[in-house]
Design a protein around this ligand. Structure first.
Ligand code: PEP
Ligand code: MG
Length: 334
């Protein structure tokens, strides 16, 4: 099965009946983008930029960040890059950015909440991303007249958003940069979206959908915050199953709100590569699955095993259950 999946890894990801779902890679290191493409990635669906920051002893400056983002953009050769802005705090401290001692770091200064306390840091990162995706960036010689350059689709994603106010605060910085940086020196194909990791974001998805360009569901944190179970808890983490009907309902709400406004929805948490969950997510209407690079061939092969209508039936069945065990029992006997 693995050999077969590997042989067809470059095919566009589709269900058996041809419904298109993009399959992209989660990356923590821009040097791994080329490998992800070699494994069949149709883009990067989540670049965890905090790992780039953690690899440095101090805040990486503008040039350093541009060079690193450009490495991924060049390797992607026209495929989209979804880059998440710095997501530290909680379980991921940044040694040179001390956060006051907190009793509950997962409920404290992390993700967008933390970066909005240092808008200069966020602004440098946003500027680096915008400049790294400039049409001519990374091209040593100007292309001959009339030669089409590949687009460099850039999607910037904000972590841990709880409501539209946080999104607007970040968008203000992006809008200012877009006005400031000459058009030829920055991304020409930009979308600005949010991660759905906090239940509030899914519950308020209709108000966000009017303003964001896309959503990507981070099922790891969304499950943790919905079930109130630490995702790394030594005893309880096995119960933090993203196939819990409460989490599925939040995903359903997000998709409904997004699609009503013509916006797309990805899933970039662990659930996106769970063989049982894949048809459920597709049935809920998810447009993109972003998974670790080595899972890409398998997820593409999994998609090719079912039709959209089966997936919708599975999603309805899952939503009708009362516990994650019941969801798995109901789906796995099929
Ligand atoms: C998530 O929360 O599902 C996610 C993809 O982000 P991270 O795992 O980096 O917190
Ligand atoms: Mg997360």
């Amino acid at each position: 099965r693995e050999a077969e999946a590997w042989a067809t890894r470059f095919a566009e990801a589709r269900t058996r009946d041809g419904h298109r779902v993009e399959v992209a890679a989660n990356l923590g290191n821009t040097a791994h983008a080329a490998d992800a493409v070699e494994r069949g990635a149709e883009g990067v669906g989540l670049l965890r930029t905090e790992f780039l920051f953690m690899a440095h002893a101090k805040l990486p400056d503008l040039e350093t960040q541009i060079a690193e983002y450009r490495e991924a953009i060049d390797a992607l050769d026209g495929r989209p890059l979804v880059a998440r802005t710095l997501d530290v705090g909680g379980d991921k401290p940044l040694p040179y950015w001390p956060v006051p001692q907190e009793t509950n770091p997962f409920l404290g200064l992390r993700g967008i909440r933390l970066t909005l306390t240092r808008p200069d840091v966020l602004e440098t990162q946003l500027r680096a991303l915008l400049m790294a995706a400039a049409p001519a960036a990374g091209v040593d010689q100007a292309p001959a007249a009339g030669v089409n350059q590949k687009p460099k689709p850039l999607r910037i994603m904000l972590p841990m958003i709880k409501d539209v106010a946080e999104f607007r605060a970040a968008r203000e910085i992006v809008d200012r940069l877009l006005a400031e940086i000459p058009a030829e020196e920055r991304a020409s194909d930009l979308q600005l979206g949010v991660m759905v990791e906090v239940p509030s974001c899914a519950l308020l998805a209709p108000s966000l959908a009017a303003e964001v360009d896309f959503f990507s569901v981070g099922t790891n944190d969304l499950t943790q915050y919905t079930l109130a179970i630490d995702r790394d808890h030594p005893v309880l983490s096995a119960e933090a199953d993203g196939l819990h009907p409460s989490v599925l309902k939040l995903i359903e709400m997000t998709v409904a709100a997004a699609h009503a406004q013509g916006k797309w929805v990805g899933v970039c948490g662990e659930l996106a590569s769970d063989a049982t969950a894949v048809p459920v997510l597709v049935g809920l209407g998810v447009d993109e699955l972003s998974v670790s690079a080595r899972q890409i061939p398998l997820v593409k092969a999994r998609l090719a095993e079912f039709d959209l209508a089966d997936a919708q039936t599975q999603a309805r069945l899952a939503l009708a259950q009362a516990t994650s065990e019941a969801v798995r029992d109901a789906l796995e006997v099929r």
